[in-house]
Design a protein around this ligand. Sequence first.
Ligand SMILES: *[C@@H]1O[C@H](CO)[C@@H](O)[C@H](O)[C@H]1NC(C)=O
Length: 197
Amino acid sequence: MDVKIIILVLVSLFYKANGAIYELSVADEQIFRSCPNPEPGTLDIHGLFDLSEFSASMDADGLTVSGNQTLLWDIQRGDRVQLSIKLFYFDRGTWTSTPFSIYSKDFCKTMYDKSNILYEPWTGHVINDVKDLCINAPGTKLILETYFLSLSASVIAPLREGRYKATIIFRAFDSKGTERPTRICCEVVGDVFKIRN
Ligand SMILES: *[C@@H]1O[C@H](CO)[C@@H](O)[C@H](O)[C@H]1NC(C)=O
């Protein structure tokens, strides 16, 4: 799961077609940052996964991803998991909202479906038999095939070049609808620039 990819997937989801080619370069080698000023109980990517068997290496064309992700988030099987992803643009020193956002009320229902926004960059590359489990099953190991995520995407609408960030938040709710005490928040920051028309 890669930041630039999420940004590009988001962008191409809204503006599918053959247009100018844009490229994203991600600001951090680590890809996922912690969210600034988190509310109490907020964990970052390391609260979601043990990434000690996971690796992602970046080169000029994209990202090569491989290894395993073991789920750590201390919630319960059967919990409903809500996902929201919002894209922000860095405008004159301030992060401003963009029209790009994704909200999934029940992420677990579609975690492994092709329609899921995270399928192409992430869940579509899980190769072991864990598809009946969601991210609400701590201890589950997701084994990933080695795959390549390209850093360029074609979008039809003119996209403002510059710095973007995607804020990704997972929240979990028990069967009564009460939110669990912890949530996951992480950000991917990257620069989008046009490479050709
Ligand atoms: C991923 O998990 C499998 C099964 O437990 C293991 O055989 C493999 O060595 C792990 N990969 C890495 C990179 O640790």
